[in-house]
Design a protein around this ligand. Structure first.
Ligand SMILES: Cc1cc2nc3c(=O)[nH]c(=O)nc-3n(C[C@H](O)[C@H](O)[C@H](O)COP(=O)(O)O)c2cc1C
Length: 338
């Protein structure tokens, strides 16, 4: 990375992978500090959405997703990742320290997940009327479990209908809130070149009246063609067993492992976060999925036509070198990946 003076190697590969993580409104709420062989992952408080994410929960999920990308990229580059989460109680915005550990022989799965990092996109377009098979569903459940999270598939029509009703209620509340709408439009862009925010072209067509799921609208939906969406969508809820900052970072890693596993199997995803962003609907969603986990992400999954990529600030624009030993060395949660 010429701007930072960092030589090519596993850490640079990991940083280049990190920035492809998803984030709400494509805010990319992260920056990285490199000190010798350690990379510290920081939450950027200026990029936390004040209205939709006042506690920074979604921002921590996004940084967790970036950390998972780093772990996957390190493995594919033949190094075992060593990760310490929340390494410094006095600096809660330092979410992780990542190092390249022992040499490691990548497996075919490592290579597939690594390839999926840049291929994965939020796909807000209609999916084919084709069920996601049981083997893929099970792989997604296992991907979440591997990272200590719980993935609930809303297989029963009654549960799906109830989740869809919560989605519509939350979407309605957000559409009536001028502060929410201002924040959304400030992160929506007409440009195809922008390296942040959500481009209007990343939105899907306008769903006909009566469509089960309401997707978040970037730009004016009336300017879009109307097209039917899949009649029986697969909707899943990713939950964590606690709702602490550490749980958010860990569940962000689970989220990204689910998304990369899906992408590596040809399955597209889009987010349905509205009911989790509003306290009343989040509580109702928690009950709907059994009451023992905290909903952190709701996704719609299926088979779709490829959707265009959304821009990113390059790794070198969000990375700086420090040589003052400011990157902590140990942590509360973590160690070498097994
Ligand atoms: C925690 C979180 C919540 C999100 N919520 C929504 C959402 O409700 N609706 C939506 O269309 N996209 C949502 N997104 C997707 C982002 O808009 C998307 O990741 C970003 O624009 C980058 O695009 P990409 O995922 O195609 O790389 C969310 C992403 C994250 C990480």
């Amino acid at each position: 990375m010429s701007g930072t003076g960092l030589a090519r190697g596993p850490l640079v590969t990991a940083l280049e992978a990190a920035v492809w993580a998803p984030s709400p409104h494509n805010t990319q709420p992260w920056y990285f500090e490199v000190d010798g062989d350690r990379v510290a992952v920081f939450l950027d408080p200026r990029r936390v959405l004040a209205i939709v994410d006042p506690e920074g929960r979604e921002a921590r999920l996004s940084c967790g997703a970036a950390i998972l990308n780093m772990r996957v990229a390190l493995r594919a580059a033949g190094r075992r990742p060593v990760v310490h989460l929340l390494p410094d109680r006095a600096a809660p915005e330092c979410l992780a320290v990542v190092q390249a550990g022992a040499l490691y022989r990548p497996t075919p799965v490592d290579a597939e997940l690594a390839r999926a990092i840049v291929r994965r996109r939020s796909n807000r377009r209609p999916f084919a009327d084709q069920a996601v098979p049981p083997g893929v569903r099970e792989a997604l459940i296992q991907a979440a479990r591997k990272e200590g999270a719980d993935l609930v598939l809303l297989n029963e029509p009654a549960s799906l209908d109830e989740a869809a009703a919560l989605l519509r209620r939350a979407e309605h509340l957000q559409s009536e809130d001028p502060a929410f709408q201002d924040e959304l439009s400030s992160w929506t862009t007409d440009s195809h070149e922008s390296d942040e925010g959500v481009p209007v072209h990343a939105g899907g067509p306008r769903p006909p009246a009566g469509t089960l799921l309401s997707l978040r609208q970037y730009g004016n939906p009336r300017q879009r063609m109307e097209r039917p969406y899949e009649p029986e969508p697969l909707v899943v809820v990713l939950g964590s067993f606690t709702d602490t900052p550490l749980a958010h970072v860990r569940t962000g890693q689970a989220l990204q492992r689910v998304l990369l596993t899906a992408a590596s199997m040809g399955v597209s995803a889009s987010f349905l976060s509205q009911p989790i962003e509003m306290p009343a609907t989040r509580t109702a969603l928690r009950e709907l999925v059994g009451g023992h986990t905290y909903p952190q992400a709701m996704l719609r999954l299926g088979y779709g036509y490829p959707s265009p990529p959304t821009g990113r600030r390059p790794a070198e624009a969000v990375t700086r070198r420090t040589e003052c030993g400011s990157v902590p060395t140990s942590g509360m949660d973590g160690g070498e990946d097994r």
